[in-house]
Design a protein around this ligand. Structure first.
Ligand code: PLP
Length: 432
């Protein structure tokens, strides 16, 4: 636990200097709380560590991890660019006033409408995934328009992480393989297109990566491919985007490496390898999502009861569910939690924490030692800032929680709690 989570005398957890019970009193549960200072600090760590005397760099926040108007504003204030993967993410960023020139539009299946939205708003860079996307873009781009293009390539590197969040094995749905001869034709077509400015490659090997070697291997493989393109096609690749995937701490099994020491080393390796391969060192971009927001996030639930099954399993029932906490059901992700209003109490029993959804897989934490719960205790689940709010759903017509930023003892409501009216807003009658 970091210093920001100072515990006060009353045995309560503080988040961003705000007592957990005050948060619950003012905003109810389930509630997503983000420690704003922690997010800003992570942004600054990336911005200051990903610098090099002779390599140009750019840090892009992968907004899929957590996006709403307030975070887009914060990311812009901290000087990062933004990665969006859908019309919805793009619209949110534009509505927040995020500069379009600093937006990267990703995704493996961009629709014509989404591509038009990107062109209309003069989005800075489109990251094409495949030939169909190139054809779609070519069919709508006007002669007087010009847009920067990166191509998502798949270097076939196996990041040691969960299968669902691993993205560059040869059969991944993302990008085009560097081993496929057709990729050369695709690069040539983009390069020759009068309205497209081909600037470089993008690749992303997966998420929750704890070994630095995967990133080094990715960089070196991509640089060799850049040298190959120079030799085969005479095309200079100016930019290389290495994606995100930097690991975050959820439980003590997770040991993220130090960004401060690794990022400069990675840039050194890239500079040196480029020289060895006799290519100009490309500008290097990275796209962290989780590493910026995961550890800043806390989900607060009210415990409404417990159940010991006939088979001997002990459940804690909360007012949340897989609708606001999907990653355990989706990837068997592990989490740490505490009773926020009795933080010093001894953990006495092993529990499975569940919620209200009508699924046996509705598990928030499968296996955790906690104090014996009392009714209306507040369960705080740590490290829920990434892929929680953004993956939340209305399954079972459950309402999406509010999102609050807390810092320096103050709070700001940044996303309102949904109401039952919100649930039926788009429903239409049969009309009989
Ligand atoms: C293209 C791309 N960039 C960046 C990210 C961010 O990954 P992470 O949140 O693990 O840093 C993802 C995650 O899926 C991605 O697909």
């Amino acid at each position: 636990m970091s210093k920001n989570e100072n515990l006060n005398n009353q045995n309560h957890l503080n988040i961003g200097g705000v007592d957990v019970l005050e948060l619950v009193k003012n905003y109810q549960t389930p509630l997503y709380v983000m420690d704003e200072s922690k997010i800003r600090k992570q942004c600054q760590t990336f911005m200051t560590s990903f610098k090099h005397k002779s390599v140009r760099t750019e840090v892009i926040y992968a907004s899929k991890a957590f996006l709403n108007i307030a975070i887009a504003e914060l990311i812009h204030e901290e000087g990062l660019s933004l990665d969006v993967v859908s019309g919805g993410e793009m619209f949110t960023a534009i509505s927040a006033g995020f500069p379009a020139s600093k937006i990267y539009f990703h995704g493996n299946n961009k629709s014509v409408d989404e591509l038009k939205l990107a062109l209309d708003h003069q989005i800075g860079t489109i990251v094409l995934d495949n030939k169909d996307e190139l054809d779609r873009l070519s069919s709508i781009i006007l002669k007087n328009q010009k847009i920067r293009i990166m191509l998502r390539i798949n270097p076939g590197i196996d990041a040691h992480t969960h299968e669902y969040i691993r993205t560059t094995k040869n059969d991944s749905k993302f990008g085009v393989s560097i081993f496929d001869p057709k990729t050369l034709f695709l690069i040539q077509s983009i390069h020759n297109h009068p309205s497209l400015e081909f600037v470089g490659f993008h690749s992303h090997i997966g998420s929750q990566i704890f070994e630095t070697n995967s990133f080094k291997e990715l960089a070196i493989t991509n640089l060799k491919y850049i040298a190959h393109i120079k030799k085969q096609l005479g095309i200079e690749v100016k930019e290389l985007n290495l994606g995100g995937g930097f690991g975050a701490h959820y439980t003590n099994e997770d040991q993220p490496f130090s960004l401060e020491s690794f990022l400069p080393q990675l840039l050194d390796t890239i500079d040196l390898t480029s020289k060895e391969l006799d290519i100009s060192t490309p500008k290097v971009l990275i796209e962290p999502g989780r590493a910026i927001v995961a550890e800043a996030g806390y989900t607060l639930y009210t415990i409404s009861g417990t159940k010991e099954t006939f088979g001997g399993k002990n459940f804690i029932f909360t007012d949340g569910s897989m609708a606001d906490h999907l990653r355990t059901a989706l990837y068997q992700a592990k989490y740490h939690a505490a009773i926020g209003n009795r933080i010093h109490d001894k953990a006495e029993k092993n529990y499975t924490v569940t919620g209200k959804a009508c699924e046996s897989g509705d598990i928030i934490i499968k296996d955790i030692m906690l104090p014996i719960p009392q009714e209306n205790d507040i369960l705080v689940v740590y490290s829920t800032g990434a892929y929680h709010y953004s993956m939340s759903s209305n399954y079972n017509r459950l309402l999406k929680p509010a999102v609050v930023f807390a810092s320096n003892g103050k709070t700001k409501l940044v996303v309102k709690r949904e109401t039952y009216q919100d649930l039926i807003r788009n429903d239409l009658r049969l009309g009989k």
